[in-house]
Design a protein around this ligand. Sequence first.
Ligand code: BLA
Length: 237
Amino acid sequence: MSLHPLMDALASCIRRRWHDLPDRGPLPLAEDLAEISGSLDGEALFIRNELGTARGLRKLHLETARLGAGLQILHCVFFPDPRFDLPIFGADVVASPAGVSAAIADLSPVADQLPLCFAQDLAANPGPGFREPRELPPWGSIFSPHVCFIRPHGPEEEQAFVERVDQFLALMARGCAETLPDAADAPATVGRWQSQLGYCWQQKRNDKTRRVLEKAFNPIWAERYIEDLLFDDPPQP
Ligand code: BLA
């Protein structure tokens, strides 16, 4: 099923960067969650989930979905292994027949600040300006000062958004390859683990995600999907 061109371009960009990461591995995914299809009010619904691991990353997740009323969603999070001093990469794009309403991407810190090499690179490459930046909700305090949250205007801004995500992922790839892990019980590791827990808790405050899933499926299914797949608590390192 065809997706909005921004979704397709972004999914390709993410898959390309993902497949270039070192030491990729599988991550078990309940069979009934890999490909989900159904219908709502006579409209086709589908969700495709891709899950894996790589050096420095405990969970890579890409979801592409069509959830009724022509709503299309791309959701992606790369959760680091807390032993590695790496940020969380996250992206979410929401489109309806009226166009893309939200495109967000960030490298979110899991310590007081982003690792120095990330902060320096992002400060040196601030990214393009967009015509319609959007205001973060209160739970958005988890994001970095470099977060890009916009309603893109036209194909050029959509392309610029994909390029910004590609920059984030290039940085992430370098971090994954070069960062040396700390011990599982090192205070810095434990701090990063707790911070990932906090990230997941805050993301779960996004009522908009829950509402869409409840409507397309049902509240119990939505709860399980959010708690077990989207933002499951990271295991203790
Ligand atoms: C917003 N997320 C939204 C919106 C919807 C969803 C319908 C409202 C669109 C709008 O305000 O224009 C729905 N997102 C989903 C669903 C999934 C999903 C159903 O991912 C299922 C997988 N959300 C994330 C991640 C980030 C994120 C990883 O899952 C960021 C890295 C951000 N989504 C995010 C933010 C908003 C949003 C900040 C705006 C919330 C608001 O304005 O209140």
